[in-house]
Write a protein that binds this ligand. Sequence first.
Ligand SMILES: *Cc1c(COP(=O)(O)O)cnc(C)c1O
Length: 334
Amino acid sequence: MIDLRSDTVTRPSEGMRRAMAEAEVGDDVYGEDPTVLILQERVAELFGHEAALFAPTGSMANVLALAALVGPGQEVLCESRAHILRAELGAHGAFTGLTSRTWIHPDGQLDLETIKTMYAPDMGPFFVRTTAISVENTHNFAGGTVLPIQDLQDLRAYADSVGCAVHMDGARIWNAHVAHEVPLATYGAITDTMAVCLSKGLGAPIGSLMLGTADQVAEARVLRKRLGGGMRQVGVLAAAGLYALDHNVERLAQDHEHARILAEACGGDPALTETNIVVVDVPDAQALVTAAREQGVLVGAVGAQRVRMLTHLDVDRSAVEQAAKVLSQLLQNG
Ligand SMILES: *Cc1c(COP(=O)(O)O)cnc(C)c1O
């Protein structure tokens, strides 16, 4: 089976498994796992943030970060299809009590003029107050689109002018970094907090990090434990993350090239496919999913008439070409 349903389906490679087996470990709830400490320091430094905290999932890293910025009954602004609102099962409202409003952009991009009209300052007991703006880079449900760095810098300047924080859901920030050739620290510089994943294109079996100031991360340690995310000899997983950072970042360019091959095969414009996610509109998504599966290709339905496929390090060039052939035939045969 050629599995294009997600870039989370990768299995740890031989080299990664060896790094995991050889990891030095300790009890991370006591802050004594040396491999976790190295990973946290390394990722914080990559983005120029003061500190980072290892979390089991990107969803938890997002909750930890937004809880640091948005209090109960306060508000975060984000794009309408943001993962934090659509795919984290209401965690932010349920656990931290924040509220949200959204702007709509077909490509998941920023819309600063609209954000300015939405932003709500502190008006005491009369209105909900905006304390953070959250951006998603790359944007998952918009098809892996990248936010241009100039737009992000303009947002940062605006947020500073009104005293509002900026969070980035950077589950796939590595893809944005490779596609737009923007240094990771440049993304770090425009954000107060970030969540980044090791378990997507980087190919680790699990693991994400929340980034922020030392104080925010100290608070996040408490909340992580409260949520049941205090982990023990978890250096075996941090080692997979360190291995992924050493070996699997620059190669993402290959996944992006593979995604353009799939986009073209599906009748799309490869120039619109910036990273590793391809979204295609079809007459009957479920029918295509079933027909493709019968020919050894797994794709996902993300709507009645929309399918999504992702490239990753477990589908090589020949698998991508085979999938492209199958999909292009199925779509032509309607
Ligand atoms: C995958 C993803 C996450 C985190 O998902 P988990 O399954 O909780 O690790 C967060 N944001 C975006 C945009 C994602 O694609």
